[in-house]
Design a protein. Structure first.
Length: 641
C-alpha cells in the first residue's frame, strides 16, 4: 500500500501513504481558525478581538466553547456576531461539518446587511474550507470566487489578503500551481500591509507545498522556514504544527535523496517529535488535531524505513498515537492508514494472516464512513490481493483484484464527473463575470448620459434665465397686456378644472348607472328563467313580485349610491384597477367604494341585496385580485388610497 491517499476531513488535506509517508508532497495548507490570536481579525473590528479575547482568557475552554460563549453575550454587535459565527464554523468543521456549514451560511447572510463588504468576503473565505471538508469542491470554488468579488468592494487589506489566500489555496487544490503561486504573492502583498502574520504563515505553507510538489528543495525549505517564523510571531499552534510538518517533510525528502546524510534524518525526526510535544503541551488550543496524527504517521514511517525491525515497538507506538487521534477526530482514513502500515509491517515479517486481518479491520473502518473514499479502498484491495497471492489463495486474490478494478472504474468515473462539474462552474463564473462587465458598462454609459443631461439642464437653465430677463423687460412695456393675458389664463385654468370635475362626476354617474343596468339585466334574466320554468306555479309569481320589489328598492338606493360615489375620488378607482391589472368587475368596484366610505359588511349586504356570507366571499376574491397578503387587511388598504 505505497500509493498516496487523501486524509479526509482535514483542511490541509495531507496526502500520506501507509508505509511511505514521504507522500506528503501535495499538502494543501489548512486555513487557520484560532480564536485566541490577536491578529486574527486585525484591521477588521477591534471590538471583535477584545470580546473574544475576554472569553478565551479561560484556558479550560476549547475554542468552540469559548466562541459559543461569545455568541451568548447580549451586547455583541452585528460585526462581532458575523466574525464569531465564522470562527465557530471553522472550530466545529472537523466533528460537525453539516452544523459548521449552517453556521457559515448564517454568517454570510448576516454579513450582507453590513455596510462594509469585508465581512462578507471573510465569511465566504471561511465557508470555502468547510465545503472542502464535505468533499464539495464545486461549492468551495464558487464561494472562493464570491470572496474575491466582495474583497474588491472593500478597502480592508486583511479581507483582500484572506480572499486571495483562499484563491491561492483553491488553485493549488485544482493543480493549477502556476496561478496559485501568483495568487499567493498577491495575498502576501495585502497581508503585509495589514500586518497579519497569521495568514502570512498560511500562504507560506501553501507555497511550500507547491515547491515540494515541484521537487524544488531550496524553495520548499525557504517557505517552510518563513511559515514557521510567521507562526511563531503570532503564536498560533495550528500554524506552528503545520510549519513543523513541512520542515519535517523537507528533511525527509532530503534524506531520501541523500541516504548517507544522518543529520537530515535526525532533523526530520526532530521536527516531527517537536510537533508531538507542542500538541501535548497545548492540546486545548489546537483545532486541527489531524495534523498531529499525520506527524505521528510520518514518525512511524521514518523509523520503519530507516531503522532495523527491532524498532517495531517504536513504530507501533506512533501508529497507536495516530490511531488514537483519528478516533478522537473521527478521521476514518487516518485510522485505516494505521492499520495499513501495521499490516505492511506484519507482511514484511512473514505474518501474512495477521497482515490480512489488519487490512480487513482497516477496510471495516472505511465501510463505516458515509463518504466513498475510493482511493483508499483501492489501495486496500490491491494489498489484500497481493497478500492472498502470497498465501496461495488465488481465488481470493482474483476476488480482491476484481473489486480493485471495479473501484478503480468508479474512481475514474467520479473524476470525470468532478471535471465536468468544475468546467460547468467555470462556465457559470465566466457567465457571471460577463454579466457583471455588461452591468458596469451600462452603469458607465448611464453616468455619461447623466453628465450630458446635467449639461443640457444647465444650458436650458441659462436660456431660461435669459428669456426670463427678456420677458421681464417686455412686461414693463406691456404691463396691461400681460395682466389681461394672465386673467385669461386663469379663466382657462378655472374652466379646465370645472370640466375635469364634471368629467369625474359623469364617470361616477356612469359607473353607478352601469351597475344599475347590470343589476336590472340580471333581474330580467332571472325573471325570464323563472317564467320559462314555472309558467303555472303561483309561488313563482310571488317570487317574481318579490324580485320586482327588490329592484325598486335598488332604484331607491341608486340616489344614495351616486351620493356615495361622489365622495370617492376617481383616482381611487384608477389605483384599484392598476393594482388588480383591470381584473375587478363593476360590482367589485362598487363594493370597494362602500368600503372606502366606511360602510360595514351588514350595510354593504343591505345595499347590494346579497347574503352576508356572499359579502365575505366577495371580499376574499377582491383581496386575491389585488394581490394582498394574508397579514394585510382589505379595509386598511382601500382606505389608505
Amino acid at each position: 500500500m505505497s500509493s498516496k491517499i487523501v486524509i479526509a476531513g482535514s483542511e490541509n488535506e495531507n496526502l500520506v501513504s501507509t508505509n511511505a509517508l514521504h507522500g506528503l508532497k501535495n499538502a494543501n495548507y489548512k486555513h487557520p481558525t484560532k480564536t485566541h490570536m490577536s491578529q486574527l481579525i486585525n484591521k477588521i473590528s477591534i471590538s471583535v478581538i477584545v470580546i473574544i479575547l475576554q472569553v478565551l482568557s479561560c484556558a479550560a475552554h476549547t475554542p468552540a466553547d469559548s466562541l459559543s460563549a461569545v455568541l451568548a453575550q447580549k451586547n455583541i454587535t452585528p460585526e462581532q456576531k458575523v466574525m464569531t459565527l465564522s470562527l465557530l464554523a471553522r472550530a466545529t468543521s472537523i466533528t460537525e461539518n453539516k452544523h459548521a456549514i449552517a453556521l457559515g451560511l448564517q454568517a454570510v447572510a448576516l454579513s450582507r446587511h453590513l455596510p462594509d463588504a469585508q465581512y462578507t468576503a471573510i465569511s465566504y473565505a471561511t465557508l470555502a474550507q468547510i465545503y472542502i471538508q464535505a468533499n464539495d469542491i464545486t461549492r468551495s470554488a464558487a464561494v472562493v470566487d464570491s470572496a474575491v468579488y466582495y474583497a474588491g468592494k472593500t478597502e480592508s487589506q486583511l479581507a483582500k489578503g484572506i480572499a486571495w489566500y483562499r484563491k491561492c489555496w483553491m488553485e493549488n487544490i485544482k493543480g493549477d500551481e502556476k496561478n496559485a503561486l501568483l495568487s499567493g504573492q498577491q495575498a502576501l502583498k495585502y497581508l503585509e500591509k495589514a500586518g497579519s502574520a497569521y495568514y502570512q504563515s498560511a500562504v507560506y505553507y501553501v507555497m511550500a507545498s507547491i515547491y515540494a510538489n515541484q521537487e524544488d528543495g531550496p524553495l520548499h525549505k525557504k517557505y517552510g522556514q518563513l511559515c514557521l517564523r510567521a507562526a511563531l510571531i503570532d503564536m498560533d499552534y495550528d500554524n506552528i504544527l503545520v510549519a513543523y510538518q513541512t520542515l519535517g517533510t523537507y528533511w525527509q525528502y532530503y534524506h531520501m535523496a541523500h541516504t548517507s546524510d544522518q543529520a537530515s534524518l535526525d532533523s526530520a525526526i526532530y521536527y516531527n517529535r517537536l510537533s508531538l510535544a507542542t500538541y501535548l503541551n497545548h492540546k486545548d488550543r489546537i483545532i486541527f488535531h489531524s495534523t498531529v496524527a499525520i506527524m505521528a504517521l510520518n514518525l512511524a514511517d521514518l523509523y520503519a524505513q530507516n531503522f532495523p525491525p527491532s524498532y517495531r515497538d517504536t513504530v507501533f507506538k506512533y501508529l497507536d498515537f495516530a490511531q488514537k487521534i483519528g478516533v478522537e477526530t473521527h478521521h476514518l482514513e487516518v485510522i485505516s492508514n494505521c492499520y495499513g502500515m501495521k499490516s505492511d509491517y506484519e507482511a514484511a515479517a512473514g505474518h501474512y494472516e495477521a497482515a490480512e486481518d489488519l487490512l480487513q479491520k482497516g477496510l471495516a473502518i472505511l465501510d463505516t464512513d458515509s463518504s466513498k473514499t475510493l482511493a483508499t479502498r483501492i489501495q486496500f484491495m490491491s494489498a489484500l490481493a497481493a497478500l492472498a497471492e502470497k498465501r496461495g489463495k488465488y481465488k481470493d486474490a482474483l476476488h480482491y483484484q476484481q473489486q480493485f478494478a471495479t473501484l478503480y472504474t468508479q474512481l475514474y468515473n467520479e473524476e470525470k464527473l468532478n471535471i465536468t462539474k468544475e468546467l460547468e462552474a467555470k462556465y457559470q463564473a465566466e457567465k457571471t463575470a460577463t454579466a457583471l462587465k455588461n452591468m458596469e458598462q451600462t452603469a458607465s454609459l448611464h453616468k455619461k448620459l447623466g453628465y450630458l443631461y446635467i449639461g443640457l439642464a444647465l444650458a436650458l437653465l441659462t436660456a431660461a434665465i435669459f428669456l426670463f430677463r427678456s420677458y421681464h423687460f417686455r412686461l414693463k412695456q406691456l404691463g396691461m397686456e400681460t395682466r389681461l393675458k394672465d386673467e385669461e389664463a386663469m379663466r382657462l385654468i378655472a374652466e379646465q378644472q370645472l370640466m375635469q370635475e364634471r368629467q369625474e362626476r359623469l364617470q361616477k354617474d356612469l359607473l353607478a348607472g352601469t351597475l344599475q343596468v347590470e343589476q336590472k339585466n340580471a333581474l330580467v334574466q332571472t325573471l325570464q328563467q323563472k317564467i320559462a320554468a314555472h309558467t303555472s306555479n303561483k309561488s313563482v309569481l310571488t317570487q317574481i313580485n318579490r324580485l320586482i320589489d327588490h329592484d325598486k328598492r335598488l332604484d331607491e338606493s341608486l340616489a344614495e349610491d351616486k351620493a356615495d360615489f361622489e365622495n370617492v375620488s376617481q383616482e381611487v378607482f384608477e389605483k384599484l384597477k392598476e393594482r388588480s391589472a383591470n381584473s375587478l368587475s363593476r360590482l367589485d368596484l362598487k363594493h370597494c367604494a362602500y368600503i372606502y366610505i366606511g360602510l360595514t359588511n351588514k350595510e354593504v349586504s343591505q345595499r347590494l341585496g346579497i347574503a352576508p356570507k356572499s359579502i365575505l366571499m366577495a371580499r376574499y376574491r377582491i383581496k386575491l385580485k389585488l394581490g394582498l397578503g394574508k397579514e394585510e387587511e382589505l379595509d386598511e388598504y382601500i382606505r389608505s388610497l
